[in-house]
Ligand binder design. Structure first.
Ligand code: FES
Length: 167
C-alpha cells in the first residue's frame, strides 16, 4: 500500500497524516483525526450528514479526497462551539429540539452556518436566484437546506431552530 503525506488544517490546527491517497476527507476526519462529530450517512453525496466547511463553503466531505485539500481551511462541528459553550445555532437547535435521533444534526448545523454566511455575502440561492435575501421564509429555509436529509423528518423543528438563530 502506498501512503501520501497529507496536510490538513482543521478548526485552525494543522495536521500531517500518512494517508492512502484514496482516503476521503470524511474518513480522514473521523478515522485519522478522531473528529467524529462529522457523520457518515450515505457515503455517496446524497444525505448531507458529512457536511463540513471548506474555506467557508459547505461541501459533502464524503465526496472529497483529503489529499486535495492541503491548502484549505476545514471547519467541522467541533470548530463551532463546545458542549459547555454552544454557539448560537447549536443553542437554537437545543432550544427548539431541532432533531430526533441527532445523527444528521452536525451536518444540518454546518450547512446552516454556511447558509448564514451566504446570506451575509449576498450569495444567490443555487436553486432560485430570485429568492428574497432580506428575510428567509420557512419555504426559503427549506429550499436552502434541501441538501441535508433527516430520516426522522424533524424538518419543521430544524427550520424553526434556523429561523431562531437567524434573528
Ligand atoms: Fe456524505 Fe451522505 S455521507 S452526503
Amino acid at each position: 500500500e502506498r501512503f501520501l503525506m497529507t496536510k490538513l488544517t482543521v478548526n485552525g490546527q494543522s495536521h500531517t497524516l500518512a494517508l492512502d491517497p484514496r482516503t476521503t476527507l470524511l474518513d480522514a476526519l473521523r478515522d485519522h483525526l478522531d473528529l467524529t462529530g462529522t457523520k457518515k450517512g450515505c457515503d455517496h453525496g446524497q444525505c448531507g450528514a458529512c457536511t463540513v466547511l471548506v474555506n467557508g463553503t459547505r461541501v459533502n466531505s464524503c465526496l472529497c479526497l483529503a489529499a486535495m485539500h492541503d491548502e484549505d481551511e476545514i471547519t467541522t462541528i467541533e470548530g463551532l462551539g463546545s458542549p459547555d459553550s454552544l454557539n448560537a445555532l447549536q443553542a437554537a437547535f437545543v432550544e427548539k429540539d431541532g432533531y430526533q435521533c441527532g445523527y444528521c444534526t452536525p451536518g444540518q448545523i454546518m450547512s446552516a452556518t454556511a447558509l448564514f454566511d451566504e446570506l451575509k455575502a449576498g450569495h444567490p440561492s443555487y436553486v432560485s436566484p430570485d429568492l428574497d435575501h432580506a428575510e428567509m421564509t420557512d419555504a426559503e429555509i427549506a429550499e436552502r437546506m434541501s441538501g441535508n436529509l433527516c430520516r426522522c423528518s424533524a424538518y419543521p423543528l430544524i427550520r424553526e431552530a434556523i429561523a431562531m438563530a437567524a434573528e
